[in-house]
Write a protein that binds this ligand. Structure first.
Ligand code: GLV
Length: 322
């Protein structure tokens, strides 16, 4: 029987199916495996089913051994895997592609609305007994979403799903990034122009060398003082230190963040004490339906590879592997 190391328990029935057909070593703890645990538990495995929090590099591949056939990531991002090294060794790398696009777009809209209309502040006010005067003409006045301009950085599957939703809200949608796929969905703008014109700037680029700290002090200065920055992509696309300064100085109105440069966000981060931010624990894809489907895809890729088939090319990161 082939053996698989799974680095977290996954929601849904897929892991049960995997366990019927393979010998599964499951990391059951809530926290991710330490480097030491990872190195120990991959030993002799034919497959690794990992999360975005597990760094899978040459050392891990060496520790696993030459029989390792596939690294299947339960994520759409795969910057935590040394794909070049895996390809050299003939190891398949798979990911869950755009399965999470709609769920992540939903959460992006949730952050836009929460920031615009003081949803979290209002909830705190009611719970903490600070709502004293009943209906008030000027209580928690926010930014109108209808008619506002949304600037999308990266119009891939998630960015496009956000654009479609934004259209439904009557927003004007700009985008910066690669060529547009759906005509009429959004209007192209250069990055600086998009930053200057948008009431909400939402990041949907993938993480790579070019996008690291794409939004820094200089770019934040281009935004309107009334604008909000939304990030459901990767924390490191924004220079978090620069963002904190911009928020403190009132250079921008606020931010809605699901991702951070360091996760979990340390309690000591100044963001935790700021009123003009909405902070979420990286739950962009966390709908039951999406996470179950992601598990199914990650497991199917493993089962295919271990039964001598090529994983579905839609989910294969390195099609060069024969
Ligand atoms: C989530 O951030 C993912 O990459 O799946």
């Amino acid at each position: 029987m082939k053996s698989v190391y799974v680095t977290r328990s996954l929601p849904g029935p897929a892991l049960g199916e995997l366990a019927k057909r393979c010998k599964v070593t499951l990391h059951r703890k809530a926290l991710p495996p330490s480097r030491k645990e990872l190195l120990k538990n991959v030993k002799g495995k034919d497959a690794i089913l990992c999360m975005l929090s597990d760094r899978i590099d040459k050392e891990i591949m060496d520790a696993a051994g030459p029989q390792l056939k596939i690294i299947s990531s339960y994520s759409t991002g795969f910057e935590h895997i040394d794909v070049e090294e895996a390809t050299k060794r003939g190891i398949y790398v798979t990911y869950t592609a755009d399965i999470l696009a709609e769920a992540t777009a939903d959460l992006t809209l949730a952050l836009i609305l929460a920031c615009a209309r003081n949803v979290v502040q209002g909830d705190r006010m009611v719970r903490q007994g600070r709502w004293k005067a009943g209906w008030m003409p000027d209580l928690l006045l926010g930014q109108q979403v209808h008619g506002a301009t949304l600037g999308i950085i990266g119009l891939g599957r998630i960015g496009s799903a956000v654009a479609r939703r934004a259209k439904g809200f009557g927003m004007d949608v700009l985008y910066y990034g690669r060529r547009q796929k759906e005509q009429g969905l959004a209007t192209y703008a250069e990055l600086d122009d998009l930053l200057a014109r948008s009431d909400f700037v939402s990041i949907h680029a993938s993480m790579n060398g070019a996008s690291r700290h794409l939004i820094d002090r200089e770019k934040l200065r281009k935004m309107k003082p009334t604008a909000f920055l939304i990030n459901t992509a990767r924390g490191a696309i924004v220079n978090e230190r620069d963002l904190i300064v911009a928020l403190k100085k009132g250079q921008i109105a606020g931010a809605g963040l699901d991702v951070f440069e360091k996760e979990p966000l340390p309690k000591s981060s100044p963001l935790v004490r700021m009123k003009n931010v909405v902070l979420l624990p990286h739950i962009g894809s966390a709908s039951r339906q999406t996470r179950h489907r992601m598990a199914e895809v990650a497991v199917n890729c493993v089962l295919d590879a271990l039964s001598g088939k090529r994983p579905d090319p839609y989910f294969l990161v390195n099609p060069q592997v024969p």
